[in-house]
Design a protein around this ligand. Structure first.
Ligand code: NAP
Length: 388
């Protein structure tokens, strides 16, 4: 089998961390899989803006529609102005409706928690609905003015003329789709609970609707596989607990009581907030990878952003994008290569071969991004043939 994957370096530290990650993945597949993998580079972000006047140019869109798999470095999204986020545009173009972000504590991490051992969360975030889609207009635009007039004329609601306007929409279709994805993931990966994170007490017909649609779907389609918080069926150890938490409470619950949570299922914006908050539990979002999955396409990326102050300095930690690559290999069924890279990463941390962000907690001298990656490649070369 031959896999053809696109990669984009992205902005900021993307140029430091993505190319060596591609080399790590190629080396691992070569060593332990009866398959091959080829990568082709596309231009996204600032380099595309400079060259084509668009951060997500037509060439890249066409390549994505054809290849359908992408390993992507972080891309800058200017605050308060400019085009829509490239990340959001890619998710919508390929209909990558499910975002998965596993957050698991390992002993080499420096967590701010007193007892981080129980931290083993998976955030499953709906990617296509919600205010996060970016349906919004500046206060002085014609569109905002027309929407304010409709609100006044048809609903007798005053929105002052100095207000930017955005639309939050949550659909039954997208919610049922992510709910099914979450429970199938839970069943496949032996997870024990799914907690719906919502702000349904205030936003009743969007976030409250999300909660209601998820519960209804599980009761209708998965009745023999789930139980609710107020129930205690005899075979509960074989079923998945379904509960829900209001979003603000959820953010404190994962800090004071992380062991009680497993999969967190959230609409788009809540999912964004809780991902970084959960990442902080293990001390460093630079370690986290994430997957954006659709029915016939997928994109893999680190959770962190472009960290511009470290761009081009070879100080950045590539673990997040390497973990994203591991998720990609697992998704493609290349589990031997995925396992080999996981082992290599753990070995680097055990040997204290770490980049600056981690070295400062371990009180050791840091290695550069390239040294970290070449040590991983050496490990893969040394142990790859044995692992086959
Ligand atoms: P960020 O780029 O994640 O950086 C925040 C801080 O996290 C950095 O200053 C650094 O902390 C640390 N950090 C993040 N990644 C690191 C790494 N690999 N190695 C070492 N340290 C790392 O977040 P941001 O500053 O909020 O966002 C910057 C830009 O990235 C924005 O334009 C945003 O839109 C974009 N962004 C893109 C994506 C994406 O493409 N998926 C995701 C998030 C943000 P210290 O300063 O403590 O060393």
């Amino acid at each position: 089998m031959n896999f053809k994957i696109l990669y984009a370096e992205g902005d900021g530290i993307g140029k430091d961390i993505v190319p060596p990650t591609v080399e790590i993945i190629k080396e691992a597949v070569k060593r332990v899989e009866d398959a091959s993998i080829e990568f082709e580079r596309i231009e996204l972000g600032l380099e595309a803006l400079d060259k084509y006047g668009d951060r997500f140019p037509r060439q890249a869109q066409d390549m994505l529609m054809s290849y359908r798999y992408l390993l992507k470095g972080p891309i800058e999204t200017p605050v308060g102005e400019g085009e829509r986020s490239v990340n959001v545009r890619i998710r919508l173009l390929l209909d990558l409706y499910a975002n998965i972000r596993p957050v698991r504590y390992e002993s080499y991490m420096q967590s701010p928690l007193k007892d981080p051992n129980g931290v083993d969360l998976v955030i499953i975030r709906e990617n296509t609905d919600d205010i996060y889609r970016g349906i919004e207009w500046p206060y002085d635009s014609d569109e905002a003015s027309r929407l304010r007039s409709i609100m006044k004329d048809q609903f007798n609601i005053d929105i002052s003329s100095d207000s930017g306007v955005g639309i939050k929409s949550i659909s039954r279709r997208a919610t049922e789709r992510i709910a099914r994805f979450a429970i199938e993931y839970a069943l496949k990966n032996n997870r024990r609970s799914i907690t719906i994170m919502h702000k349904g007490n205030i936003m009743k017909y969007t976030e409250g609707f999300f909660r209601e649609v998820v519960y209804n779907l599980y009761k209708r389609e998965y009745a023999d596989k789930i139980y609710l918080e107020n129930e205690q069926p005899q075979d509960s150890s074989r079923r998945i607990l379904i509960n829900d938490r209001i979003a603000d409470n959820m953010l404190q619950q994962i800090i004071i009581n992380p062991r009680s949570y497993d999969i967190i299922l959230a609409p788009n914006l809540n999912g964004d907030y809780v991902s970084d908050a959960a990442g902080a539990l293990i001390g460093n979002i630079a370690l986290l990878g994430s997957a954006n999955i659709g029915d016939d396409a997928a994109m893999f990326e680190a959770v962190h952003g472009t960290a511009p102050k470290y761009a081009g300095q070879h100080l950045a930690n590539p673990t997040g994008i390497i973990n994203a690559g591991v998720m990609m290999l697992e998704h493609l069924g290349l589990s031997n290569a995925a396992l080999l890279i996981r082992r290599a990463l753990a070995e680097m941390y055990n040997r204290k071969i770490v980049t600056r962000d981690v070295a400062r907690y371990m009180n050791v001298n840091p290695v550069s991004t390239d040294e970290f990656c070449s040590s991983i490649i050496d490990y893969i070369k040394d142990s790859g043939n044995d692992a086959r």
